[in-house]
Design a protein around this ligand. Sequence first.
Ligand code: B16
Ligand code: MG
Length: 215
Amino acid sequence: MIKGIIFDLDGVLVSTDELHYQAWKRLADELGITAFNREDNKRQRGVSRMASLEVVLEKSDKKYTDEEKVELADRKNGYYVELLQNMDDSAVLKDVKPTLKALKEKGLLLAVGSASKNAPAILEKTGLLPLLDKVSCGLDTTKSKPDPEVFLVAAKKLNLDPSECIVVEDSQAGIDAAKAGGMKSLSVGPFYDSMGADYSAPLLCDEKDWDKIVS
Ligand code: B16
Ligand code: MG
């Protein structure tokens, strides 16, 4: 029986995916990597900052040292954090707040499982933090999705077995991570019907669908 729901953050609860793209694009342009595009950006969804940087650099002939890569990732994060400054609850995706409240009222435990080290700041700025029981994010983990670590930490923080949790995700890496962790999965977002999840829906499901999923 499902007792807990673990939500990915970017692309599931809030729309920060465009801000990530703009920050990576700014860095890519500075490095003269003009071929970096939205198609590449799809592969950056849900994966860590350093793994996302590799997606940008694979279009460059230049080889960067590990030290240089850390500087580049920090620089991109600076641009991203700049873009986050103006963020407020308008960044929360449609129906998210009423859905979280309704799920809470059904007695379900709710957590975030996000690769982002900026997750706590984003949750604070958007007013989502009080609606969640626990947060597991890039600050708690060393391995990037599709490794299940971030979701296993979330389940542990909720005091639940992985088999009692369902993960809601917008990225293939996240759906693969849920499966690797022994959890059920629901895929949402623009690529929802092609990720091989247990359940799929373009947006967070309505109440009727949730009743089926958690029963
Ligand atoms: P940061 P999620 C992920 O968040 C993003 O989808 C991904 O594009 C980003 O690289 C990753 O967080 C790390 O974010 O640079 O802020 O630590 O989808 O797992 O909520
Ligand atoms: Mg995501």
